[in-house]
Each structure stands twice: as structure tokens, then as C-alpha cells.
Write a protein that binds this ligand. Structure first.
Ligand code: PGA
Length: 251
């Protein structure tokens, strides 16, 4: 039997305030249907407060899409983990491949952010995943292993960690990884996590990359898949709710 699934909606840099509030109202309206799934949404920073005001906190939780690796200071344009906590967040996405590629975030930086997030009582969703070129070169397992080991602080509270495997070629492309590839990498991630800590057996490992209503149920069935990190499909209430239904149906 699977433990309770976790589905995260990463809105990235999308939606205005009206669209955001409408989407949250739809999710909250349907919450009885998926109360055995843990749900979190990750709006842009400017919408966190307004979205938090609408959430009852019973089913759907709130998270930030990034945070700085220090708590306060002269860092123009940055947001700290404690600020996310202050505005109602329980989670933060760290090391997303878009940030690793566009902001050149390193494992070392992600590791510092994970540590500071845990200090602020936030659970980190640490993203790892190979590029298409790395996969074609047969390096997927080694790349993911290096990112994972490099991004987890040695003495972090493992109860404050979630891992998301997101192959870069599957993000926003509609080209979901195959069931075999997802199963292989998730099993490998589980072995690494279990090797790092006794609590590694229990860390939730999400899959992300073009998760849609049409493929969610099959992905959720895979051993060691503990849920999904959903981008594009989390912006449409019908699609996101349908993915949540698929998660709720998994036993
Ligand atoms: P996608 O994005 O579902 O649009 O592929 C996933 C992600 O980047 O977290």
C-alpha cells in the first residue's frame, strides 16, 4: 500500500491576482474529494499573502518557489526563508532546474538554502534531474546522484525534506519520462537517500515533468513515486483537480 501522496503545483511566473484567487477557490471548493492527498501550491512571491488569506489550511498548503541562503541582509530583490514562513508558507522549492540553468544555482547554494529553510521550519522540495544530453550520454543516474548528495546538508532534519526528480527534457515539453525511466531513477534516489540517513527510507520522492490528468494515475502507481511536482497543469483548475483526484484514488 502507498502512503499518502503529495501533489505540488508550481505556478512559476504565471497568473495575476484575480486568476490566482479563482484557482484557489476552485481547489478549496473541491477539497473533500481529495482529502487523503497532501496538496501545496507555489504562487509567485507577490501572490503569497493574498492566496494564504483564502486557504483554510485543511488540505491545501502554501510554498515559495525559492529563497535566499541567508535570513536577512543586503540582498536586493531576494526573499528569505523566514519571510516565506511569515507569510504562511510550509514549503519551498529549491534547486529547480530552471534556476540551476538560468540563475546558475549550484548544489552548494542549494544545500545552504535547504539548511536555512529547515531552520525557518520550512520543508524543502529539492529538485534534481538530468538534461536530455546527459540522459543520451547515459549519465542520468550519476548526474542525479551528484545533485542529490551535493544538495542535502549533512545534519539536516530529514523530516523537512522532499525530493523531486524532474528530467529537464520532460519539463514543459509534454514529453513525460517513460514509466521505466521514472521507476529506475526513483529507485536509485531511494537507495541514495537510505544510504545517507536511516530516515531516507521515508522521504517522499516526487516526479515532475509534464504530469497531466492523462498520465498522473500511471505515474502515481510507480513504486517509490510519492506524488508529483506539477507545473503547467497546475494553472488550470480542471487539470490540477483531476490530478488530485488521481492521487486520491491511489491505494
Ligand atoms: P511541467 O513543469 O509540469 O510544466 O512540465 C514541472 C516543473 O517544472 O516543476
Amino acid at each position: 500500500m502507498k502512503s499518502r501522496l503529495f501533489v505540488a503545483g508550481n505556478w512559476k511566473m504565471n497568473l495575476d491576482k484575480n486568476q490566482a484567487l479563482q484557482l484557489v477557490r476552485e481547489i478549496e471548493k473541491n477539497k473533500e474529494a481529495f482529502e487523503n492527498v497532501d496538496v501545496a501550491i507555489f504562487p509567485p512571491f507577490t501572490l503569497l499573502s493574498a492566496v494564504n488569506d483564502l486557504l483554510t489550511g485543511e488540505v491545501c498548503h502554501l510554498g515559495g518557489q525559492n529563497c535566499h541562503d541567508e535570513l536577512v541582509g543586503a540582498h536586493t530583490g531576494e526573499i528569505s526563508a523566514s519571510m516565506l514562513r511569515d507569510v504562511g508558507c510550509d514549503y519551498v522549492i529549491l534547486g529547480h532546474s530552471e534556476r540551476r540553468a538560468n540563475q546558475l544555482e549550484t548544489n552548494e547554494q542549494v544545500k545552504k538554502k535547504v539548511a536555512i529553510a529547515a531552520e525557518s521550519n520550512l520543508t524543502s522540495i529539492i529538485c534534481v534531474g538530468e538534461t536530455l544530453d546527459e540522459r543520451n550520454l547515459g549519465q542520468a543516474l550519476s548526474v542525479v546522484e551528484k545533485q542529490l548528495i551535493g544538495s542535502i546538508p549533512v545534519d539536516v532534519d530529514y523530516n523537512k525534506l522532499i525530493v523531486a526528480y524532474e528530467p529537464v527534457g520532460a519539463i514543459g515539453t509534454g514529453k513525460t519520462a517513460t514509466i521505466n525511466d521514472i521507476a529506475e531513477i526513483h529507485a536509485h534516489i531511494r537507495i541514495i537517500l537510505s544510504g545517507l540517513s536511516l530516515k531516507g527510507d521515508n522521504i517522499c520522492i516526487l516526479y515532475g515533468g509534464s504530469v497531466k490528468p492523462v498520465n498522473a494515475a500511471d505515474i502515481f502507481q510507480i513504486t517509490d513515486v510519492g506524488g508529483a511536482l506539477v507545473g503547467g497543469a497546475s494553472l488550470l483548475s480542471r487539470d490540477f483537480i483531476s490530478i488530485l483526484h488521481a492521487g486520491a484514488a491511489i491505494k
